[in-house]
Design a protein. Sequence first.
Length: 283
Amino acid sequence: MNNRKKIAIVGVGLIGGSMALQLHEKKLSSRLIGVEASAQHAEQALEYELVDEVLPLDEAIEAADVIVLAVPVNVQVNLLPQILDKVTDQIVMDMGSTKSDLIAAIQNHPNRGRYVATHPMWGTEYSGPAAAVRGAFEGKAVIICNRSESDADAVEWVDKMYQKIGMRVVDMDARAHDLHVAYVSHISHITSFALANTVLEKEKVESAIFQIASAGFESTVRLAKSNPAMWVPIFLQNKENILDVLSEHIDQLTKFKNYITNSDQENLQSLISDANKIKRIIK
């Protein structure tokens, strides 16, 4: 990994910007090129020194050795085939939260091998270049999907890059990935959005929320501040898995409702005791 590469980051927001900081800090890039649909974000990406220059997509593809896609997943599905049309031996990777639709979109593309499907399991509720975080990915997992469909040299570079920025690489089939992230990531966001709407609907005195909101409430609804431009496409692309987990979640809420309605102390106790078993997995 001594040979630094010219790296183009398409979408220099929270994820792309944080990746840019890591690539620079770990001396993986010789030049960082930003590609931005938003003029304001392009300006901020330069102002915060996340990238060395901002170029139009075609020029960035031509100038780069590696192209990193860090835009919303609905944009990726349209953009990835167009990028693969224009690459020769560049490595193309994405950092999106859903994988099946993206992989299906380029399954039979002649340059399919140049693409590596990845999902670093990190994010915050903030967005845009100003939200970029130093050391963001360290100690976190990154999932590489359908490794065998990527060229050996491409997947090897991506693998080593993630390890160098401090991530733990996990291999997964794209369908399995989409199922598992529905359970451990996507449902958390839906729950948070729903809880925030519930409180805003029922508690009309905003000062009361502000004054007495506890750490528990804040940590539960923190994700409700997340960007809809990112999350609406994720929910729709992973619709089947999310509807499955959502049905189970609604069933669990209904149990709580029924047991509280009936003052059923024993079953309430059991529900909470069962939930406590999560301590075995998450400290």
